[in-house]
Design a protein around this ligand. Structure first.
Ligand code: HAM
Length: 418
């Protein structure tokens, strides 16, 4: 039997209702905030991510699905979409005519990670990005948007963790001090963290290894190296979050796994997911346009993991039941197939969903399935109904059965669905 690759899952017909529910909320909230959808290709030149996300990150170093195509080009299945969206903005010089752009997206992402609960090799993200404002109110708008999506999804067990990585200059000064400190405790660090001291020292700070956590506790703090611009930006974000009654936890070790961030970074966590507790995250990335050969452009955004959101929603029973089909047409006798299709089309054109028996089963079997599927009405048609152009409408909740002229069917049935 051929199966899906490890860490890659099907979403089966009975599951798509919950996916559509969450996708609907993401779309509605994005539109309420004035964001427009962007769709970029799943495949990009590998360079987009290598330069955009950073060579020293786990995502680029270990997790990309890259291959050489038949023309000899290195392509990659997108591991995230921010770099793709920025590539697209630059390619189309989009910001020339739309200097303030608010964009959102949903789609599959691919990372060759070790699969475990809440961690997949193909997963789905909802994301939003804002281009054209360097001000803290933009950061707060994105946090508000994400929070509203969580709220409407019924995800209330949520902590907003925030930190600031300052601007490039502050970070460069801090990096010197941090590398010096990390070298002084090198022997106490895990081998992975030792390797990161020179390539990506900030990541050592959010290592999950217990010994590392203890060893880096006395590390110098980034905020002590902030210049005025960096501290002003961060304090404004905090003041505005408090003004919106959005509780947050300041977490100085939060650096996130992608290299493009500067100033504000944030992550939403929950206690309901075990070790993969990050429901979503994002931040400001004012230098990414230049990394990808664009003009300097202030930018901020986030990505939320839909599998993890659905997991929480199932735990707190926030996924509604599927609505199912309104009507099923049951056929009594072999002569009524064409008439049954005609009846079904009348209903569908009136936006009442209807299925027709196609297995030629007994009437009893058809009705049993309809009851099991919690269909509202069974419409029974046989030879005499065909000749008289009537139908038997059976309300499956009350078992009441009424003979109705076909010309009256919509009037009879429609009030129930309004
Ligand atoms: P990220 O934190 O790498 O950020 O991913 C966003 C979210 O996707 C995570 O918080 C997590 O919920 C989910 N996620 C990540 N990897 C996996 C996985 N292997 N399996 C299941 N879920 C996963 C970004 O991707 C940035 N592009 C966010 C952003 C947008 N920053 C600025 N703009």
């Amino acid at each position: 039997m051929i199966q899906t690759p490890k860490g890659i899952k099907d979403i089966l017909p009975a599951e798509t209702f919950s996916w559509q529910h969450i996708e609907r909320i993401c779309r509605e909230v994005s539109e309420l905030f004035g964001y427009q959808e962007i769709r970029t290709p799943i495949l990009e030149f590998s360079e987009v991510f290598r330069r955009g996300i950073g060579e020293a990150t786990d995502v680029v170093g270990k997790e990309m699905y890259s291959f050489i195509d038949r023309g000899g080009e290195s392509l990659t299945l997108r591991p995230e979409m921010t770099a793709s969206v920025v590539r697209s903005m630059i390619q189309h010089n989009y910001l020339r005519d739309h200097p303030m752009t608010r964009a959102w997206y949903i789609g599959p992402m691919f990372r060759y990670e070790r699969p475990q609960k809440g961690r997949f090799r193909q997963f789905h993200s909802f994301g939003a990005e804002m281009f054209g404002s360097a001000h803290p109110e933009a950061d707060v708008e994105l946090i508000l948007l994400a929070s509203e999506v969580y709220r409407r999804c019924g995800i209330l067990d949520l902590t907003l963790n925030i930190n600031s990585l300052g601007n490039k200059e502050s970070r460069a000064r801090y990096r010197v001090a941090l590398v010096e400190f990390l070298n002084s405790i090198r022997d106490d660090l895990s081998s992975e963290s030792q390797m990161r001291i020179d390539s990506n020292p900030l990541r050592v700070l959010d290592s999950k290894a217990p010994n590392d956590i203890q060893a880096v506790a006395p590390a110098p703090r980034l905020c002590d190296y902030f210049d005025q611009e960096s501290s002003d930006h961060f304090s404004h974000v905090k003041v505005m979050l408090s003004g919106q009654n959005l509780p947050f936890v300041e977490k100085s070790t939060l650096v996130r796994g992608l290299d493009y961030y500067s100033h504000t970074v944030f992550e939403f966590t929950t206690t309901l997911l075990g070790s993969q507790d990050a429901l979503g995250g994002g931040g400001r990335y004012n230098n990414l346009f230049e990394e990808l050969d664009g003009k300097p452009t202030p930018a901020v955004g986030f990505g939320l993991g839909l599998e993890r959101m659905l997991d929480v929603m199932e735990q707190v029973r926030a996924v509604p039941d599927p609505t199912g089909t309104h009507v099923t047409i049951c056929i009594a006798g072999d002569d009524a197939h064409t008439f049954a299709q005609e009846v079904a089309m009348i209903l569908r054109r009136a936006n009442i969903s209807a299925t027709v028996e196609t297995q030629r089963r007994t009437l009893k079997a058809q009705l049993t399935t309809a009851v099991k599927n919690q269909v509202r009405f069974a419409i029974i048609v046989g030879e005499s109904e065909k000749h008289l152009r009537t139908v038997q409408v059976k309300n499956l909740a009350t078992a009441e059965q009424t003979s109705v002229d076909l010309s009256d069917l919509l009037n009879f049935i429609r009030p129930v669905f309004q």
